[in-house]
Design a protein around this ligand. Structure first.
Ligand SMILES: NC(=O)C1=CN([C@@H]2O[C@H](COP(=O)(O)OP(=O)(O)OC[C@H]3O[C@@H](n4cnc5c(N)ncnc54)[C@H](OP(=O)(O)O)[C@@H]3O)[C@@H](O)[C@H]2O)C=CC1
Ligand SMILES: O=C1OC[C@@H](O)[C@H](O)[C@H]1O
Length: 401
């Protein structure tokens, strides 16, 4: 007889856009994605504004009536019925909010970008280690079966030695008057919220470069040298950033770009007309991933010198048709692809692991170090309140006590 699935009780910290998408994925039936060993419970949610906002959130996502609504993050982290907290605030808040959770003894899954800088990421890791708690950066794309398959193809040598990866995540947000579609206080461009293309979108371009050219290396892995350029928006956040990562010993290079004026997929996300958004180039062939690269559902394998021989590999995201409606008016059921990272968290907790092998602490820190260097070369700094490595439970970033 199959054993009972391991159950994880989640607390949701913040009630914005991605908190809603993630929580809805938690509420889908794991069997729909052929998962039978773990399952998820939405135990509580907290809003920094009010308990009524948290209640409204739980209603919007159709959480069970048992889920508790809190009007502060401080109350959520004290809930004994919560095992792990999903931190879904803007980048600026991740360090203080994650520390709040860890200090209260909670495991954490923290949205990308992990923190504002590498020093903050190191402090989170030290704290998790010292307190024997699980901690993971929520780079959900890494847990897609598509990503897993591609990493397997690369490590098995299916396209030979990989020498180069191109990767782009860009949104066409330019307006007629020379601005961007975002208001100046929007988290995408607001420096108080650690806005900018790099931390929000460039992290995915880097994810593809790293998960192939770094993660697929045998250990000990070589770290890259970084060359970068940035153009700034009127808010002084970066609106376009280009990076070259060089692995000299490993004879490889990654070119990672992000832009908020021109799009990777100008005719709309999900369209393949514009060609691949990621190209993984090896001596025996190439893997091309169609965008958007944060939520890819299709890749192709082209073998070198074999004209016309292209293997198309669709990887659709399973939908739970028992769950319907709301958010983007989903009529074909729920399922965004965030459940796979949640399953990883559950398995790590079940197995007593403090970090995920797919995106371990060292790699998250190295990526933050890479982004620190890119920011240094692009002369992008953020306010001290959000760059600090001093934990303050009473920081305004932690909301009400
Ligand atoms: N994995 C993915 O695909 C995606 C990840 N993200 C990441 O998730 C995080 C949140 O993004 P998103 O949900 O789009 O952002 P939203 O602006 O929609 O939501 C952020 C939430 O954070 C809370 N918050 C607390 N303080 C502030 C503040 N000063 N300003 C704004 N919000 C505040 C609010 O919830 P409350 O007041 O109720 O606590 C708010 O609803 C970011 O790190 C982003 O990079 C975003 C989109 C997609
Ligand atoms: O993580 C993300 O992925 C999707 C984008 O729309 C969003 O801006 C970003 O935060």
């Amino acid at each position: 007889m199959a054993s009972k699935p391991y159950t994880v009780r989640w607390g949701i910290l913040a009630t914005g856009g991605i908190a809603q998408t993630f929580t809805r994925d938690l509420l889908t039936n794991p069997a729909v994605r052929n998962v039978h060993d773990v399952q998820h419970i939405v135990a509580a949610a907290a809003s920094s504004s009010s308990a009524s906002r948290a209640s409204a959130f739980l209603k919007e996502v159709q959480a069970p009536s048992t889920a508790k609504a809190y009007g502060s993050y401080a109350e959520l982290v004290k809930d004994p019925d919560v095992d792990v907290i999903y931190v879904a605030t803007p980048h600026s808040h991740h360090f203080q909010n994650t520390m709040l959770c860890l200090e209260a003894g909670k495991h954490v899954l923290c949205e990308k970008a992990f923190t504002v800088n590498a020093a903050q990421a190191k402090k989170l890791v030290e704290t998790a280690k010292a307190k024997n708690l699980f901690l993971m950066e929520a780079v959900w794309t890494r847990y897609f079966p598509l990503s897993i398959k591609i990493r397997e193809l690369v490590t098995s040598g299916a396209i030979g030695k990989v020498h180069r990866v191109f990767s782009d995540l860009s949104f066409g947000e330019a307006t007629e008057d020379g601005g961007l579609t975002f208001s100046d206080d929007h988290r995408m461009v607001n420096k108080d919220l650690a806005g900018g293309a790099l931390l929000d979108l460039g992290i995915y371009s880097l994810t593809w470069v790293f998960q192939i050219l770094y993660h697929c290396q045998p250990t000990p892995r070589e770290a890259p040298r970084v060359l970068a350029a940035m153009n700034k928006y009127k808010t002084d956040a970066d609106e376009m950033t280009s990076m070259i990562l060089q692995w000299k010993e490993n004879q490889s290079m990654g070119i990672a770009t992000t832009n908020m004026r021109v799009a990777t997929q100008p005719d709309g996300m999900g369209s393949h007309t514009s060609g691949p958004a990621v190209r993984i180039q090896g001596t025996k062939g190439e893997i091309q991933v169609m965008g958007p690269i944060f939520r890819p559902t299709h890749f192709r394998v082209i073998k070198a010198g074999q004209r016309g021989e292209v293997e198309e590999v669709p990887c659709p995201i399973p939908r739970d048709t028992e769950r319907q409606g709301e958010k983007g008016h989903e009529t074909e059921g729920w399922g965004h692809g965030m459940f796979w990272e949640a399953d990883e968290v559950a398995r790590c907790l079940r197995d007593g692991k403090l970090q995920s092998e797919t995106l371990g602490w060292d790699e998250s820190i190295l990526i933050m170090e890479t982004m620190d260097e890119v920011r240094k070369q692009g002369d992008l700094t953020y306010p001290e309140l959000i760059e600090t490595t001093v934990y303050d439970p009473k920081s305004p970033l932690n909301g009400k006590a």
